[in-house]
Design a protein around this ligand. Structure first.
Ligand code: C2E
Ligand code: CA
Ligand code: CA
Length: 692
């Protein structure tokens, strides 16, 4: 930093107790470009230093009250930036050398003073100082900063010391005088000026200097952002204080900040907006209520995405999400906002002005998904569930309300096998609360093993003997008592609890057979149990089942698993692989609820099942209903043609039974023979001769 007096000349202070010497020094320096001051004693010099700016102090060593070296030591203490030079006679040479070595003085000069020597000593110092100032300026410039030091005296007078590179930063010309604050203020953006002035006023008055950011406007470079940070400290002598301020051009950093802002509001995988963006947009919309009265919010997620992701790997999952997002972007018009909320959840805001209604848009999305996604030579079909809610001009509706409603509607859509789009209705709210409560209870129930099995006999139509049981799960709810599977299996499937619950069922079924076998080792009936497609898609499914059977000590050939036809078709390629492994273990396989799904013949032939289980809906009244009759006949013929056998479930009437016999069905189960039984009532090979 450059310290000059008002005339711009460096200030030199001579200190000597001999008036004559001072006079002659003054005269000597008359033509040199310095401003010269004199003091007759150390004390006088000290008070002069307090009031005035001085660059160089030149002091005689021999003085009556305080020696030159003592005085200069004091100067160094209080004003380390001032250059100190000692005048000495030959007699005091050793004291002078000592002082140099200790860094107390910059130079010493022998008396009588030689002008050339004196001027070159002063110039050496000024040169050195200038170089280090330049170095500082250079490094400040490199760091994109400039600085200002303000010295505030006891009387409140302020002295300003700007660093040299302030000129570059503020784009000032070479000759601009760096003084006061106008240097800066002339560049500050008019909208920010008052804030900057107020801040600096407070800072110099009280040393309270918070960081601020403001704009400056530069002649050629336009608007730049500056960060100003200051620190204040009291002077060593306790009189007055200094404030050092650093100004940094942060325009680039702010551009980066904009980038970060972009990242904060966008989903990196799909480039769509993210949840924050979606919520903010919705908030803004709700605040400008008029425009928002006719919006609809649409939620959608991909059915079984977790399964796909777990079984196919995350790279595949990411690819699928990205491809789905790309399709969405193609389908939705410009003024519909789309976002990925996380995972496989996507959301749209459909404004009233959009050229397509939410109904039509959802249909379009669903239709589009009939085309498979293709990667390498892999084809995958996905389904989505869609929930929609409308603002409908309601008086007080919050962002949270809309999100919750769309989510609830989506949840309902998922639960309905008919049509995967639902509009929110208020009755759904209670159901959603029930579902939430029950999900918690189910988790707990699996942990506490609140389940037990009932066993429904399966009868061979050739012999009318019991040949097996189907294990059916029941929940012994701590408050509500017995709960039937139709009331909790769909929920357990939708939230994945079925995976653990299914293993529990397999364990109970296996250990029950082991127990019965202990009493009657000759019982050779099979035990079938139901397995959800979610279980099948678990990577460790086969291993877990194998272990359960090994632990029970019962041969795998005694067991059959039942998988529903519609479940199997969901991701048939994966399913087929697992089912082959199951078959290899020796476990039987039945396709449950057959006739209700829509298996293609091509796949059907590849399923390694040994039984088709004809769904109860076709059996009921089959003797009076020609349509059902022909369906059941077709199924039995179909099974025959691929070497599978058939089981009919839900047989309640003798009439139904006789049709099944006539058509050549192999096995039957139903209330006509027995309801599902408690374990104490089951486990025997019964005969049902009365129906033959
Ligand atoms: P499902 O596998 O089709 O089981 C047959 C259902 O029909 C059972 O109902 C059974 O009690 C009932 N049923 C049997 N015979 C008759 C009859 O003659 N008339 C009538 N009206 N019903 C009959 P349940 O036990 O309520 O089970 C319902 C469904 O719950 C099962 O249908 C199955 O899909 C599921 N489920 C039961 N246990 C399990 C299990 O351990 N795991 C899985 N994943 N699902 C299970
Ligand atoms: Ca079943
Ligand atoms: Ca069934």
């Amino acid at each position: 930093m450059m310290r000059k007096d008002k005339a711009g000349k460096p200030v030199i202070l001579f200190v000597d107790d001999e008036e004559l010497v001072l006079k002659s020094l003054e005269r000597l320096m008359f033509y040199e470009p310095f401003n010269v001051k004199t003091a007759g004693s150390a004390a006088e010099a000290m008070s002069l230093l307090e009031e005035n700016h001085v660059d160089v102090v030149i002091s005689d060593e021999k003085m009556p009250v305080k020696s030159g070296s003592e005085f200069l030591a004091e100067v160094r203490e209080k004003y380390p930036e001032i250059c100190r030079i000692m005048l000495t006679g030959h007699a005091d040479l050793s004291a002078a050398v000592h002082a140099i070595n200790e860094g107390r003085i910059f130079r010493f000069l022998l008396k009588p003073v030689d002008l050339t020597e004196l001027v070159s000593a002063v110039n050496d110092f000024l040169d050195e100082r200038f170089k280090s100032q330049q170095k500082l300026a250079f490094s400040q410039q490199a760091a994109g900063v400039c600085s200002l030091e303000m010295s505030i005296s006891e009387k409140g007078e302020v002295e300003y010391l700007w660093s040299l590179n302030t000129r570059q930063m503020l784009n000032l010309d070479e000759n601009a005088v760096l003084d006061g604050m106008d240097v800066l203020y002339s560049r500050v953006h008019p909208d920010d000026l008052q804030m900057v002035i107020e801040n600096n006023g407070r800072c110099t008055a009280s040393m309270y200097c918070p960081e601020i950011e403001f704009r400056i406007v530069l002649p050629d470079r336009g608007e730049r952002w500056i960060l100003q940070a200051s620190d204040g400290f009291r002077r060593g002598d306790g009189k007055g204080y200094s404030i050092v301020t650093v100004f940094k051009d942060i325009t680039d950093r702010l551009n980066q900040r904009e980038m970060l802002h972009y990242q904060a509001y966008h989903d990196s995988l799909t480039g769509m907006g993210n949840r924050s963006k979606f919520v903010e947009e919705l908030e803004q919309c709700l605040n400008s209520s008029e425009k928002c009265k006719d919006i609809a919010v649409m939620f959608m997620d991909i059915d079984n995405f977790k399964l796909i992701n777990d079984s196919m790997g995350h790279v595949f999952g990411d690819w699928l999400l990205n491809s789905f997002a790309a399709r969405l972007k193609d389908i939705i018009p410009d003024n519909v906002l789309s976002a990925r909320l996380g995972g496989d959840e996507f959301a749209l805001i459909i404004y009233g002005a959009a050229p397509i209604t939410p109904e039509k848009l959802s249909l379009k999305i669903i239709n589009d998904l009939k085309r498979p996604f293709i990667i390498e030579n892999y084809k995958i079909h996905i389904n989505v569930s869609i929930g929609i809610t409308r603002h409908g001009g309601r008086d007080s509706v919050s962002v949270d309300d809309l999100l919750r409603e769309a989510d609830t509607a989506m949840y309902e859509a998922k639960g309905s096998d008919k049509f995967p789009v639902k509009f929110f209705e208020s009755s759904m709210r209670d159901r959603a609360a029930d579902i939430f409560r029950m999900t918690g209870e189910l988790h707990q129930a699996v942990e506490e093993k609140e389940f037990f099995l009932e066993y429904q006999p399966v009868v061979d139509l050739a012999t009318f003997r019991l040949v097996g049981f189907e294990a059916l799960v029941r929940w012994n709810h701590p408050e509500h008592g017995l709960v039937m599977p139709d009331n909790f299996i769909p929920l357990a499937e939708s939230n994945g609890i079925i995976v653990d619950l299914g293993l529990l069922v397999a364990e109970m079924a296996c250990s029950q057979v082991a127990e019965w076998d202990k009493e009657k080792p000759d019982n050779n009936f099979f035990m079938s149990f139901n397995v959800s497609v979610h279980q099948i898609h678990q990577l460790d499914f086969v291993d877990k089942i194998k272990k359960i059977m090994l632990d029970s000590g019962v041969k795998p050939q005694r067991f059959k698993i039942e998988v529903t036809e519609s479940g199997l078709m969901k991701d048939i390629d994966v399913s087929l692989k697992v089912l082959d492994e199951i078959k290899e273990l020796g476990i039987g396989l039945q396709i449950d609820d057959f006739g209700t799904g829509y298996s293609s013949l091509e796949y059907f032939q590849r399923i390694p099942a040994d039984f088709l289980k004809i769904d109860k809906s076709f059996i009921t009244d089959v003797n009076n209903n020609p349509d059902k009759f022909s369906i059941v006949k077709t199924i039995i013929d179909l099974a025959d043609s691929v070497g599978m056998r058939t089981v009919a479930e839900g047989v309640e009437k003798k009439g139904e039974l006789s049709v099944l016999r006539q058509l050549g069905c192999d096995l039957v189960q139903g209330y006509l023979f027995d309801r599902p039984l408690r374990s104490s009532d089951a486990g025997d090979v019964k005969e049902y001769k009365q129906f033959s």
